[in-house]
Design a protein around this ligand. Structure first.
Ligand code: HEC
Length: 103
């Protein structure tokens, strides 16, 4: 590999890194970190990811309410899944990831 190729590849890698750093929040990673403990097991009565019957009546309230209840909390559902460090965008990305199979 000559020097020019190496320089080009390094530049491309740096660009790719910049692009991923600015990309949308990773809903799957956030779900795994902040939501899975309850929404995979049904702990505390949480609707399980992918369980259409459990989600159908909730989805009728609309996605805006799903986002709002995830951010502000709803009954046994803690605000931001108990992770106050998550931004609104990060919580919404996790909601999108969690609800994607039942939408
Ligand atoms: C400590 C357990 C717990 C964690 C962690 C948790 N949830 Fe929940 N979640 C619940 C429970 C319990 C409910 C059901 C609340 C009810 O209907 O009484 C719920 C309900 C919901 C609902 C439906 C709300 C509605 O109006 O019907 C959404 C959307 C949701 N959670 C999203 C999330 C997201 C996104 C995360 C991660 C950022 C998360 N939850 C983390 C326990 C949890």
């Amino acid at each position: 590999m000559n020097k020019l190729t190496t320089a080009l590849l390094t530049g491309a890698a740096a660009l790719a890194f910049t692009a991923s750093a600015q990309a949308e929040p990773d809903g799957e990673a956030i779900y795994n970190q902040a939501c899975m403990a309850c929404h995979m097991t049904g702990a505390a009565g949480a609707p399980i990811k992918g369980d259409e019957a459990a989600w159908a009546p909730r989805l009728e309230k609309g996605m805006d309410v799903m986002y709002e209840h995830s951010i502000e909390g709803f009954q046994a559902m803690p605000a931001r899944g108990g992770h106050p460090n998550l931004s609104d965008e990060e919580v919404k990305a996790a909601v999108d990831f969690m609800l994607e199979p039942v939408l």
